[in-house]
Design a protein around this ligand. Sequence first.
Ligand SMILES: *Cc1c(COP(=O)(O)O)cnc(C)c1O
Length: 229
Amino acid sequence: MSTRKEEIAHNLALVREKIQASAQAANRNLNEIELIAVTKTFPASDARILHELGIRDFGENRDSEGAAKSQDVQGRWHFQGQIQGNKLKSITKWANFIHSLDSHDHLEKIASLCKERQGEPLGIFIQVSLDGAHGRGGVPAQELTKLADSVISTTGIQLMGLMAVAPLGVEADKAFTELAVIHGAFSANFPTSTALSAGMSGDYESAISHGATHIRVGSSILGSRTPEM
Ligand SMILES: *Cc1c(COP(=O)(O)O)cnc(C)c1O
């Protein structure tokens, strides 16, 4: 019988191999691709194991879970779920990065909460919607510049770049080809904010081939979650 640590180590090694192979196939430097281990719904003990295995970036979708686990485990904590305004006060305390900014209202709240932020600025990714349907969050591509202009003129936060999720029912390669075009235009406008957060367990290899710099991988490392999330 294998222990939880052995199981996670095995899965993590496979994911790291695939990241390496995808980077190589795309002629990209491995160290420009950051793996965020998505620990949502899994216990803090799993995050601790991941830390022992060298992981320093952790992703969460819910404020309550992120607040608790980040107390327990040192690292960079990434909030990647849909934002609820009333949770931002807490989120901006524990999160080092928010991947899912998609509204001016939330930006205003973040701005007032981060005005006097000590230490590192809060890293912000703007989520772009690839289906225009707002189903899984994100702003349409044509609204990115306006929101990004507001982010860069705000103190206490730093614009990292873009985030996207492949729409349900759309082939990842097709979605991420479109994303790469949007990202190219965005990076030309905001040359110090060129990060691209894209790719989950089912599609991170495709995302890497289309320029992802931050991939968010949960179930391939920790196993399947209850269908609720
Ligand atoms: C859950 C989630 C992930 C990780 O998904 P897996 O399929 O478990 O790798 C990544 N990004 C977002 C926004 C998520 O909600």
